[in-house]
Design a protein around this ligand. Sequence first.
Ligand code: NAP
Length: 318
Amino acid sequence: MEFNLSNLGAKSEDEKNSHPYKMIVLGSGPAGWSAALYAARAEAHPLVLSGLELGGQAALTHVIENYPGFPEGVGGAQLGELFQKQAERFGATMEFDQASDVDLSQHPFVVKTDSGQELKAESLVIATGASPNHLNIPGETEYTGRGVSYCATCDGWFFKEKKVVVVGGGDSALEEGLFLTRYASSVTIVHRRDSLRAGAILQSRARSNPKISFVWNSVLTDVAGNGVVESVGLKNVVTGEESRLATDGVFIFIGHKPNTQLFQGQLEMDANGYIVTDNRMHTSVPGVFAGGEAADPVFRQVITSAGMRAAAAIEAIK
Ligand code: NAP
């Protein structure tokens, strides 16, 4: 049986300011949409605030091979669209807007947005995800967008037949490094140790790819160029030896930090800024729920993020 419940949750400008939403979901990655799907099916008419990156980090992933139900893998952006379509079918709505301030000391909670809205919510699901860590070395900020990138899917195309350096030894570095071999003439993976953190399948694919080489026990000391990236400084952390490596691009995949600054001082967090929840996704403020990358320094997978936010929504509905 087909239902068309779209726009059930849409509110006029007056309604938005005077009546609280039953639920506002902050973030539009697969996890945010999972919460919205469960809330929409419980007729909570959730509003999803997209944040700056529609689809979250997953949308920037070329292919996701470990989300069940897609034996051939699925594009990150495509998976995000499917999640959105499914939640919207049951009445979830989305606005291209971002929370700029939240007040969790009063109930309904108050969410101010970049576009100047002041929204009220009876429950809040935090699905704000995480952002890539930076190396914080000279030249990194200056050359971001001019050779330095944190997203191979977004920027790989610019490096056709060019040399690129990838920094990191985790799943992201290898997965994105492998993706870059479609375009680049060579991919040099610089890792600060002599063994990789990435999983076995990615390791064996990367090690057997003729375009990929490794520089072990080394860190970048700077990024240099002349308007665009031309080289990076390298330092061997075992021998102390320093050298320069010519390159056209630098892709940095050294982990992430949670996007939780908005909740500092209002929600309990750990030392790294991850929101502390109980095993039912409740935060330290009743009515506020979190899960996935904003609250999970361990698993950080699409499936675990989606599962946690579904659980958060179920708890919120209760
Ligand atoms: P990660 O697993 O935390 O790996 C970060 C890598 O960067 C590590 O190798 C780390 O070195 C290195 N690193 C950290 N800080 C550094 C610095 N300042 N300078 C140089 N190197 C530095 O992060 P991730 O690869 O983004 O993965 C995050 C999570 O997503 C993981 O749970 C991962 O399994 C998951 N993920 C899964 C897939 C997949 O299953 N296909 C794909 C992407 C991501 P050390 O090893 O020495 O600590």
